[in-house]
Write a protein that binds this ligand. Sequence first.
Ligand code: NAD
Length: 504
Amino acid sequence: MSNMRNLALESVGTLNALHGDGALGHFVAGQAASGNGPLFDVVDPSTGAVLGQCHDATEAELDAAVAAARDAFASWSATPPEARRKILHRMADLIVARADEIAAVECLDAGQCWRFMSKAAIRGAENFRFFADRAPGAADGLALPSADHVNITSRKAIGPVAVITPWNTPFMLSTWKIAPALAAGCTVVHKPAEWSPYSARLLAEIGKEAGLPDGVFNSVNGLGESTGRRLTEHPDIKAVAFVGESSTGSAIMRQGAATLKRVHFELGGKNPVIVFDDADLDLALDAAVFMIYSLNGQRCTSSSRLLVQRSIYDSFVEKVAERVRKLKVGDPFDPATEVGPLIHPRHFAKVASYMEIATGEGARIAAGGAPVQGTEGFFFQPTLFANAEQSMRIAREEIFGPVLTAIPFDDEADAIAKANDVEYGLAGYLWTNDVGRALRVSDALDVGMVWVNSENVRHLPTPFGGTKASGIGRDGGDWSFDFYMETKNVALARGTHKIQQLGI
Ligand code: NAD
């Protein structure tokens, strides 16, 4: 797979060379815009080598990007939806045509494994097609007749929006937000995460080539506390679609309060996978291992808490441990690799710190538990904590790495109580062959999404999002359009009602 690494290095090299100073700037009003702000390094998580530098946007650069989105809004939102549909399909075609390059860049700067990224780029294209096809109906509303009026609702794009995304699967995640925003008629200023900024620029290039008018899609680079903050405070930005940590969501809500921003948050998770003793245990094992150790465990919907019925706890956990010890950790470009590096030394230090926390709390490290030796990259052994209790920090805090905490439960009520005993509420996974129990437990889980006898399989018409500290709002289907559009009601009198006469 060294040809894919070369493809990624070439792509990143081209992006670095776009601007005269060799550092990645911004994409504003359809053009590469050089940066003048402070520089920060982007690092290859597999080797620790610096891949390039990026500019934190200055206030003037950020203002220019928002102004471009504001100026383009009237014309883009008035563009016939059928024309928007065509452009977004062209974007999907171009994503497919460059899927290898996009996937390779994700492997290089996010450290994600090729075996998952090759499909993620294609899923990004599918997101564009899905919302492109719904663009023509996005403005449709309802007829709500009353005795004296006919009420007709319709929707209009809300205005220029900010999309702020994290580093874990940067390209695919950003398309969940950007595709429906553009389909709805909004213009966008995107700020990708500073630790994996490159694939966002590829999307900007693709939009330009597909025929997005200048200013409809803009991309600014920068740090959260400076560029991100200014973007969420900007009075011309009408809504903020954000994916990231719960604490950042709180900060964005504060930052957007003065300008009454509409917010859509997809935040952290500490998702349970609940395995009852009547389940198909072989399938449950496959799914539990897949959902925490794929994507390097850096996945919001990862099943990071394994709740197992006490009667089968020891045997099931031992089977998980055997699998974990055999996971193939290594070069993300190797198609055989199952777990790659963590994104950044800071994140590596955070994940590593939980080893001492776990043993200090009395849990047992049943597999892994240490950095991978002999590499300059940020590789950590896939880890399993056994004999854990729901009260422990390793069962309550989002570690966001290839780290699973296994907790026993006694019965249905105990499983539900433990599953819900966290501040997060993104997803829950449930394994049982008892239909009644599946219905009861699904109903009782305080989460936005439940998968019964399944790993996370995304179906775009369905709602995606969480409760509690895991988010506000839903993506997918028509839920996305509800966020990016304003609903208007027009009431037409039938001429049958009396109007009160005052001042006669
Ligand atoms: P993060 O919150 O640190 O950063 C996310 C983005 O927000 C980055 O672009 C960052 O620059 C920006 N940002 C940071 N501070 C900001 C501020 N004050 N104002 C505006 N923008 C700011 O998150 P991360 O570490 O990049 O990503 C990991 C987190 O994302 C995890 O908690 C994970 O669960 C979550 N996540 C959630 C979902 C979901 O769908 N629920 C999906 C993927 C990741």
